[in-house]
Design a protein around this ligand. Structure first.
Ligand code: SAM
Length: 294
């Protein structure tokens, strides 16, 4: 594919120059907004490689910060939708990147706690492939990924940096202590791979925790939107008391112990298992069977 003049690398600067310019402008990173910038150029390049960007591809970046990852995405030929909550950083990155292939949305990516901002929803394509590549703000990583995964046209892949404990939770296998409702919600639509860990020394300022890079790949066969919203409700009931048996939780959800046992037998689940022992697959089969029963 063409890597002609329109895909030539935008302006790059070394991190020391960027940091000096930020400091000169009186910028102080905000801990509340998770402003820990990835300063290792090799790692930034590796993330973009892991995202397998094709020239011309549309990429959503949430939290571009000082624009260093954005610069690598542009160098790989991506068109970028950049959503940044901090006006000072958005202004800084705009000037630094001086780039036409970026659509800026300067606001919180979320509207309230769980929904995506209407400006972001309006900018995302209704059909056709696009990707998410982000060093996500730690506080908003979970709701952002959960909301993107429920879009009618979700990202084909997401290559994201997250706080390590959250990343491990998202990628956890059923049966592990960290497996929870959010693991099942995301794994129902994405195959999740833990690519690598990044220590605090790769960021400025240094965070207090390790980070991990995950790659989420959209499954070819996804449940319908209606089935996913049934799944979300079921997972809420199951994991509201994760130490109870699934018989107990299903009885609560479907209104009777007999129905709970019938459903367990139907999908071959031991009713004495706990919610954390069961992957998303049996729940989807169970919900499908109820839809066809009705
Ligand atoms: N992409 C940059 C990098 O890799 O160095 C910065 C990543 S930093 C971990 C997170 C960025 O997300 C910050 O620039 C912060 O201002 C922004 N941010 C925090 N909360 C946000 C939200 N709710 N919506 C959009 N941006 C947000």
């Amino acid at each position: 594919m063409s890597t002609g003049p329109e895909h030539e690398a935008p302006r790059r600067a070394r991190w020391s120059e960027i940091k000096a310019a930020l400091e000169m402008a009186g910028f102080e990173p905000s801990r509340t907004l998770g402003q820990n910038f990835l300063v290792d150029e090799n790692m930034l390049r590796a993330i973009v490689r892991d995202a397998r960007i094709e020239p011309g591809e549309l990429v959503l970046e949430i939290g571009p910060g000082a624009g260093v990852l954005t610069a690598q995405l542009l160098a790989a030929g991506a068109k970028v939708i950049a959503v940044e909550i901090d006006e000072r950083l958005a202004q800084f990155s705009r000037e630094f990147l001086g780039e036409e292939r970026v659509q800026w949305i300067v606001r919180d990516a979320l509207e309230g706690k769980h929904a995506l901002a209407p400006e972001l929803l309006a900018a995302l394509p209704q059909s056709g492939p696009w990707k998410l590549v982000s060093n996500l703000p730690y506080s908003a990583g979970t709701p952002i990924l959960a909301a993107l995964a429920r879009l009618p046209n979700p990202p084909r892949s997401a290559t994201v940096l997250l706080q390590k404990d959250l990343a491990l939770r998202l990628a956890a296998e059923p049966g592990s202590k960290t497996y929870g409702a959010i693991s099942a919600r995301l794994q129902a639509v994405y195959a999740i791979e833990h690519l690598r860990d990044l220590g605090p020394q790769l960021f400025w300022p240094r965070p207090q925790v390790d980070s991990s890079l995950l790659r989420l790949e959209l499954r070819a066969e996804r449940p319908s939107a209606a089935l996913l919203s049934d799944l979300d409700r079921l997972l809420d009931t199951l994991f509201s008391q994760r130490r109870k048996t699934i018989r107990n939780r299903l009885a609560e959800h479907f209104g009777s112990g007999e129905e709970a046992e019938r459903l367990c037998a139907l999908v071959g689940l031991d009713p004495l298992l706990r919610p954390e022992d069961v992957g998303h697959g049996p729940w989807i089969s169970l919900l499908r069977s109820r839809t066809t029963d009705r």
